[in-house]
Design a protein around this ligand. Structure first.
Ligand code: GCO
Ligand code: MG
Length: 403
């Protein structure tokens, strides 16, 4: 079998997605996702101009060799653009391999270790009561784990709350970044009382987590982690910037709250020190930004050795193919922890069909061969790319802060 064509499709059924179709001389094809929020066209260009020509004529069965060729063989490696492009190719190749074997990808990865992947969704609000209401609604839907974020009084925009619940965070906006105004001191004041409120009104049954989104410095993150200890968090996510690996030691010295990190990592080497030093409890890389399943299963295996569980990134700004890859891997590994999930809008589901589904608190995949997703190309073509940016954050004095 030989690769005959690589098609890159940029479509915007609600938000922008970059989809990769790898076609073969035997009529089998695979779909991958190469979406990088706000930088979609850079990845599409890398694929079309530099990567696709290298794939024509290759045997699609050789996933590891193709991965090594694109990562090491082309000299320039790493970074969000290239690792997202590589993930798009990698997922499409796993999809083809599954279809060729007549097996779902989880089966190729070793077979089921569980019946479903414990899933979490997001809740946010302008007030504690709004967050509480959202959590109650989600619990009715079957969720056993939920993320809670609340608006910070006195600021203009807060991560995870800038859009009303039910809408994807960072979805298509005006063509210039929305600028949030935010202060760590105000944020630090509001988060512990939020969890105090949630525990006193909801009790202990629901597992709760919180995403700092890399906005604190090491000592602030340690203070917040300590303040949150009484509320039994499932994990505290992304406390520090991805550059700050050694600073995780400070947080560990001050608290036993479980720590998760990883959506801004791009290779196993980014994640390695946090895992081998056991500075985190959950590794939550984005399979779509680390070169796909080929890299993710290696990270999972390293993590297993150090008793670290997985919590792969699962936001709305990666396409259902990556969500499918998340769940196929979750189903096959022994050290799965939790899976972030997204309910995609109808338009997205019409363009990208199949993919994982939610059932009573768990994400599941069908036994369809490959990743189990397909694309309605005619419909995708009707949704043209729309320029969109992630928001930005500035402190009250006007200086740039991490979003
Ligand atoms: C999460 C993330 C996302 C990111 C987004 C950036 O935990 O789901 O933090 O909401 O901000 O994926 O593109
Ligand atoms: Mg996050």
């Amino acid at each position: 079998m030989k690769i005959t064509n690589v098609k890159v499709l940029v479509t915007c059924p609600g938000r922008n997605y970059v989809l990769v179709k790898i076609e073969t001389d035997e009529g089998l094809y695979g779909w991958g996702d190469a979406t990088l929020n706000g930088r979609e066209l850079s990845v599409a260009s890398a694929l079309e101009n530099h990567i696709a020509p290298l794939l024509i004529g290759r045997d699609p069965d050789r996933i590891e060799d193709t991965w090594q060729m694109l990562f090491r063989g082309t000299y320039w490696r790493g970074g969000p653009v290239l690792m997202t492009a590589l993930a798009g190719v990698d997922l499409a190749l796993w999809d083809i391999k599954g279809k060729r074997a007549g097996l779902p990808v989880y089966s190729l990865l070793g077979g089921k270790t569980r019946e479903g992947a414990l899933a979490y969704s997001h809740c946010s609000g302008e007030s504690f009561e709004e967050v509480e209401d959202c959590i109650r609604e989600r619990m009715e839907q079957g969720f056993k784990v939920l993320r809670a974020q609340v608006a910070v009084p006195g600021t203009h925009g807060t991560y995870g709350t800038a859009v009303k619940r039910g809408e994807a965070v960072g979805s298509v906006r005006e063509a210039a970044p929305f600028v949030e105004q935010w202060e760590p001191s105000l944020y630090l004041k509001v988060v512990p009382p939020l969890f105090e409120h949630l525990r006193s009104t909801l009790g202990d049954e629901i597992a709760l987590l919180h995403d700092i989104h890399e906005r604190l410095n090491p000592v602030q993150a340690s203070q917040l982690a300590r303040a949150l200890e009484p509320y039994n968090l499932f994990f505290l996510e992304d406390p520090l910037r991805p550059e700050h690996k050694e600073s995780f030691r400070l947080i560990r010295q001050h608290t036993t709250i479980p720590i998760a990190m990883g959506e801004l990592f791009h290779t196993r080497w980014d994640a390695l020190p946090l895992i081998t030093e056991q500075l985190i409890d959950f590794i939550r890389c984005d399979i779509g930004h680390i070169g796909g399943l080929t890299e993710a299963r290696k990270i999972a295996a390293i993590a297993e050795t150090y008793n670290v569980q997985t919590a792969w990134h699962g936001p709305g700004d990666i396409a259902p193919m990556t969500h499918a890859a998340n769940v196929h891997l979750d189903m096959a590994i022994p050290n799965f922890g939790v899976q972030e999930m997204t309910f995609f809008p109808e338009a997205t589901q019409e363009v990208i069909t199949g993919g994982p589904y939610f059932e009573d608190g768990y994400m599941k995949v069908t036994d369809a061969p490959g990743l189990g997703t397909d694309v309605n190309e005619a419909l995708a073509a009707k949704y043209e790319y729309k320029s969109a940016y992630l928001p930005m954050v500035r402190r009250f004095d006007g200086s740039v802060h991490d979003w």
